[in-house]
Design a protein around this ligand. Structure first.
Ligand SMILES: *Cc1c(COP(=O)(O)O)cnc(C)c1O
Length: 456
């Protein structure tokens, strides 16, 4: 801290002088000028004008903060595999290569190379996505929330406005996505049935009337209900829906298309194919949760219904761009080719064995030898995240770090300022980095950043 010198108002430096003194800054000039103006205006409101060097330091701090808010790669040491705040699913090399090619070139996005005329958008993707989901047809919008809104708007556009849903499924998923609010925003009327913990088929049957637009099932993806709970099986509900000629829609949320129970420590997550087989008319799920693709909302089910959704004028407002569609196309093909286990990073992370993680941890410990930090390996539990499989946690190897000369908070802050930033979590007065969500090729970067943060 320098001392503050009282100065008259005319002591406020000129913008141009500050810009010159700052030297080259990795910000667009208008953004930099705006920041400097704002800081100097702030000084004008105070009584004391700090010395020039101090003004510069303040401005440099603001510049650093602004630069840190730029979207950039980070290293995820949280152990949360699908971390919504950290961009959910990273994409694998095959998908990145597709993105590179499609992004930098023209493409046949809506052009039929056979006839030389306007073609259907993403027909190849829709075809293969339907295959992957064991569905008659499939399509894609921007995210699962958009898929749900589209479906609700379509089915409640006529006289029938009521959407029947169990009270046990009126959930909030992540920040601000509440099923009841999405329903109401779509113009649907909520018809709640059952109680928080128990809903029977009879509850649904009683609620069906001339006002019923559809029955909605929402996969309770981010919490688990134990104790005295009951909800009807999908088959039972599908039988009722067919009898009453009411569409049955299921929001699966995470939508794994592989058998999650085969991944160590995970419970079974319903797949779109099995839900459709049980008689659901349409399912929707996210592209960037357990599927491990780009952000998207996938819709699969009966061909007639998928076609009708695509004919909604509102569909146009929710459609994905060529980057998302091509990334998803490659992701779906990885699954169909049996290459998803290695080619989709979230699945590869979930498959990493204890031995592999421990070996990496041991190498990191050796590389930290002599650094001003107490480092050890502990048992941790990685979470799936993304509102997925709340009961499942995968045993993992965690690097537990206690800096010798810093508080653990300051240490964590320094790692967040590293390049690339490293995000961990604090527990038992140590900083923890879960190795499952750190790519093996990042281990050396992590080691170096730790050394630098503790002063070598
Ligand atoms: C995550 C989730 C959503 C929202 O999906 P987005 O793709 O983020 O829009 C909707 N429903 C359920 C059940 C979810 O788990």
């Amino acid at each position: 801290m320098g001392k503050i010198k009282p100065q008259p108002l005319r002591g406020i430096p000129a913008v141009e002088k500050v810009l010159q003194a700052l030297g080259p800054v990795d910000l667009p000039r208008p953004a930099l000028v705006e920041l400097v103006r704002r800081e100097l205006a702030g000084l004008r409101r105070g009584d004391l004008i700090p010395a020039f060097e101090q003004v510069l330091d303040q401005i440099r701090e603001q510049i650093a903060a602004l630069l840190r808010s730029r979207i950039q790669p980070v290293i995820n040491g949280t152990g949360v595999v699908i971390h919504t705040n950290l961009g959910r699913s990273p994409l694998g090399p095959a998908v990145v290569e597709t993105l590179r090619q499609i992004a930098s070139s023209y493409s046949n996005l809506e052009f039929d190379l056979q006839s030389g005329e306007r073609g259907a958008r993403a027909s190849y993707l829709e075809h293969n996505l339907a295959l992957l989901c064991g569905a008659e047809a499939a399509t894609v919008v921007n995210n699962c929330a958009a898929a749900l809104v589209l479906i609700l708007q379509h089915f409640t556009a006529g006289q029938r406005k009521e959407v029947i849903i169990s009270r046990g499924e009126l959930v909030q998923i992540g920040g601000g996505f509440r099923i009841p609010e999405i329903l109401e925003a779509s113009g649907a009327q909520l018809r709640e049935v059952g109680s928080t913990n128990k809903t029977w088929v009879a509850d649904y049957r009683r609620a069906i009337s001339k006002q019923t637009a559809l029955i909605l099932k929402v996969h309770r993806s981010n919490f688990f209900m134990g104790g005295f709970v009951a909800s009807p099986g999908t088959e039972e509900l599908a039988t009722l829906a067919k009898q009453k000629r009411v569409p049955l829609i299921e929001d699966l949320g995470s939508g794994a298309v592989i058998e999650t129970e085969k991944l160590a420590g995970l419970e079974h997550e319903p797949t779109p194919a099995e839900v459709l087989k049980r008689g659901v008319d349409l399912v929707c799920f996210s592209g960037d949760k357990l599927l491990g693709g780009p952000q998207a909302g996938l819709i699969a089910g009966r061909a007639k219904l998928v076609r009708a959704l695509k004919n909604e004028p509102f569909f146009r407002a929710l459609r994905c761009d060529k980057l998302i569609l091509s990334a998803l196309q490659t992701t779906v093909d990885l699954y169909l080719n049996g290459k998803a286990a290695d080619g989709v990073p979230v699945l590869a992370m979930l498959r990493a064995t204890s031995d592999e993680l421990k070996a990496r941890g041991t190498a990191i410990l050796a590389a930290l030898e002599g650094a001003a930090v107490t480092a050890r390996l502990t048992e941790g539990r990685s979470q799936i995240g993304g509102g997925t499989l709340p009961r499942s946690a995968v045993a993992s190897t965690v690097l537990s770090l206690k800096p010798r000369d810093l508080t653990v908070q300051e240490f964590a802050a320094r790692l967040r300022r590293a390049r690339p930033p490293i995000i961990g979590y604090i527990a038992q007065n140590s900083l923890h980095l879960d190795l499952r969500t750190i790519f093996p090729e990042q281990d050396q970067i992590v080691t170096r950043a730790i050394r630098e943060a503790v002063g070598r």
